[in-house]
Design a protein around this ligand. Structure first.
Ligand SMILES: [Ca+2]
Ligand SMILES: [Ca+2]
Length: 111
């Protein structure tokens, strides 16, 4: 009986260790996004901080600052993204270019 208890405890500890590893592996990506929203760095995202983030996002899309996002402004963001992905500038994005662009984006955001 004692042996079974020890095995269960070991399995639980192993499971927690794996869960901790998985959480740690995701931490940098979610941590960076979380940190961006958590403006005062108190470890929680308030409604005010969430609204501020949405406002910043809106303002980035509203390129001419008229208080609205036109279809052109909306599409311009997609076009800018496309140009970032089209690494050789041939007007087409290959799977390799997209993978490389995402890798570069992650590298920039992890620093
Ligand atoms: Ca906060
Ligand atoms: Ca606008």
């Amino acid at each position: 009986m004692r042996k079974a208890t020890l095995c269960l405890a070991g399995a639980t500890a192993f499971g927690l260790a794996l869960a901790g590893t998985a959480a740690a592996a995701q931490q940098p990506r979610h941590g960076k996004f979380f940190d961006k929203l958590d403006a005062n760095k108190d470890g929680v995202i308030t409604q005010v901080e969430s609204r501020a983030a949405r406002t910043r996002h809106f303002d980035r899309l509203d390129r001419n600052h008229d208080g609205t996002i036109s279809l052109e402004e909306f599409h311009a963001k997609g076009a800018r993204r496309f140009l970032r992905f089209d690494l050789d500038g041939d007007g087409r994005v290959t799977r390799e270019e997209m993978t490389e662009a995402k890798r570069e984006h992650r590298k920039r955001n992890s620093n």
